[in-house]
Design a protein around this ligand. Structure first.
Ligand code: HEC
Length: 133
């Protein structure tokens, strides 16, 4: 008799339970590290390695709430990252890269929006690193 399924089954179950929250919390941070650090920098202050070669300085992404009366502007940030045509000239559009399963998301102001999951993860990560006012 092969004892492995008996042992591995519960182990996989345990791994799924313990790993899940970490994975979802870290997804936005991982996406940021992979796609945004080069310009916006590790601490998101706008000082990535490519920053000085750009004609327009990358925005400090830790002050978006501060500049918006203390509320993190989720919808605007997601639009800007997604890249509506003509909105930015220097920052690339990340809509295609961040496409994913769409989820229903309720904004803090109560409005409901359908948005790609990776875009929401990224915005949630940025919201979590805002400077205190
Ligand atoms: C090639 C460099 C570059 C990369 C890579 C980049 N950005 Fe930007 N980003 C910029 C620049 C430059 C601006 C300033 C606006 C412009 O493009 O003229 C900007 C502006 C923004 C803004 C607008 C802030 C505001 O309200 O004014 C947000 C939000 C943002 N970036 C988020 C991101 C995120 C998230 C990523 C990764 C998915 C990313 N950026 C990757 C260069 C970059």
């Amino acid at each position: 008799m092969n004892p492995w399924p008996v042992v591995i089954g519960p182990l996989l179950f345990l791994a799924a339970c313990t790993a899940q929250p970490q994975v979802s919390r870290g997804t936005g941070a991982q996406l940021y590290a992979q796609t945004c650090v080069s310009c916006h920098g590790h601490d998101a202050a706008g000082n990535g390695p490519l920053a000085e070669d750009l004609p327009v300085p990358p925005t400090n992404l830790t002050r978006l709430a501060m500049q918006n009366g203390g509320n993190f502007p989720y919808a605007r940030v997601m639009e800007q990252i997604h890249g509506y045509p003509g909105r930015f000239h220097v920052m690339p559009e990340f809509g295609p890269l961040l496409a994913g399963p769409d989820v229903n998301w309720r904004a803090p102001d109560g409005t409901s929006l359908r948005t790609p999951r990776p875009l929401l993860d990224l915005a949630t990560y940025l919201a979590s690193i805002q400077e205190e006012i």
